[in-house]
Design a protein around this ligand. Sequence first.
Ligand code: ATP
Ligand code: CA
Ligand code: CA
Length: 427
Amino acid sequence: APLVGNLIGEDHVNYVLMYNMLTGIRIGVSRCQAKIKRPLTDEDFTGRHKFSFDIVGNELTPSAKYDFKFKDYAPWVFRYLREDIFHLDPADYLLSLTAKYILSELGSPGKSGSFFYFSRDYRFIIKTIRHSEHKFLLSILKRYYAHVQENPHTLLSRFYGLHRVKLPRGRKIHFVIMNNLFPAHKDVHETYDLKGSTVGREYPEEKAAKNPRAVLKDLNWINRGNMLELGPEKRALLTEQLRRDEEFLKSIHVMDYSLLVGIHNMHRGNRENVRKNTLKVFSPVLPETRRNKLSQAGSKSPEAIAMRRAMRSSDPKRLGKHTVRLPEEDTGDRQQFVFYQDEGGLRATDDNNEPMNVIYYLGVIDILTPYTLVKKLEHFWKGLKSDRHKISPVPPAEYGNRFFSFMKAVMRGGEGGEKFKEKREKE
Ligand code: ATP
Ligand code: CA
Ligand code: CA
């Protein structure tokens, strides 16, 4: 079931992979983090750092439980992305991911075969990606960096790290670390993955009735008559940011991405507790007081103290002020971002911009698919059977335009909403 993971224990098939990923991140990221901050250079975008782990250990890498190689891509760029652009506390980042070796595996929810893992506190997602996606991210990293720098409120996936683990028999696993759009402390009552394509974009309603965690699609959204309830102010902001993000996605020639929408209904609250069977995994769903105690305890572990000290020594001014901050209800780092400021999301508003009792969790995900030959062929074959313009694989500019019109149309009072509805009724 999407969005609820299975805890990875020592007997899990992917335990070794998880252990290696987390060890690599812990050593790789803290190495870069310990260095004195300096301005980014062009070379940083192609920079990479290799680590070789084994059970003995050496001056560069401590001993590990398994033999493996770890590669950290563009470590300085991602450090800047985390700290300066996305305002993560560097120590929190490492602690969330590696203070305890706990991840939960969502398995492979999409068709692509990627695996998803949640950090213990549910804030971060590790997604394994194809080699082609990995190469693609590196090739656009500079443009991505420029875009998110100019657009601090971007809705695009926030990439915090790009790494590779190589297992002894040569298997290479590439992965990114990104933001989990969904909060740990709020139940998401409905989830939609919207592309603006209507062909085959429906999750069977009979199945949805039985599975509240199903990821629904465009046709479910339309047929249920859904609308994003946003008053003029938020609607204008969201439209403008989506437009800019869309321009960027078109410029890097990608397609197949979607707007992920999580809906939390404040009347329903957390009573149903969608994640109740995962209480063991996600400490944040514990009552607040206990949680804070837990996080504080975590921060006092010798490793955490050492990590903070190491980092503090590299940049006393910056880190000094961050380290005293206690964890907040909704992980804090999101509050300065317009679309993530209300309990980690965007609260619905009425026509007078007054708050309503719904919180949306929104973001544009799966943005690393360039329009390659494979997609062109898929477009051709699918186009023989269905309308060439409604299927999901269309060229990037067309995909982008269609995506953006659809997103405007899903907002109540948004541009094109009425037109879109009429069109649907005619079909
Ligand atoms: P495919 O290429 O077949 O669409 P994929 O393996 O590339 O699949 P994604 O589309 O990135 O996977 O994500 C699949 C699902 O995982 C999404 O529909 C969503 O439910 C969940 N998901 C992905 N990224 C996030 C995120 N950042 N926050 C919360 N949930 C996410
Ligand atoms: Ca997808
Ligand atoms: Ca994908």
